[in-house]
Design a protein. Structure first.
Length: 139
């Protein structure tokens, strides 16, 4: 069981390493299993808006990446079809952590809730997403 988890973790890290935007943003897959993913992103100047806080698009991208990792953990290609985000607090420095957890799943759809936290474990944003589960394996 542990070797299968390690194999899927390595596979997802390989998938994410081919994603130029994920690499550019500096996102890193920390933990991962079916229906769950934890991804971190160190805040850099490129993530900040003109107010000096993390851009909403950077937060959305972090949450969307966590959603994608959690949804694709089953080895079946899954793509986002609906997402929304609520911002609670501005992030300015340090590391952000996105934790995606599955809330429902069936043969074609799955829903996820993603929480983004700062270094103080304060919640920065909450993201809800739905994916369509295709009938093809994740390559």
């Amino acid at each position: 069981m542990e070797s299968k988890k390690s194999e899927r973790l390595a596979q997802m890290r390989a998938v994410l390493s081919k994603d130029n935007f994920v690499s550019y943003c500096g996102m890193e897959l920390v933990d991962f299993h079916e229906g769950y993913a934890k991804i971190t992103m160190n805040i850099r100047k490129e993530h900040l808006n003109f107010f000096g806080t993390v851009h909403g698009g950077a937060l959305f991208s972090l949450a969307d990446t966590a959603l994608g990792a959690a949804a694709n953990a089953y080895g079946t290609l899954s793509v986002a079809i609906a997402c929304n985000i609520q911002f609670m607090k501005a992030g300015t420095a340090g590391c952000l952590t996105a934790i995606a957890e599955e809330t429902s799943i069936n043969h074609s759809l799955a829903t996820y809730l993603v929480h983004i936290y700062d270094d103080d474990e304060d919640e920065i944003a909450t993201f809800q997403g739905m994916v369509y589960r295709k009938k093809q394996p994740l390559v």
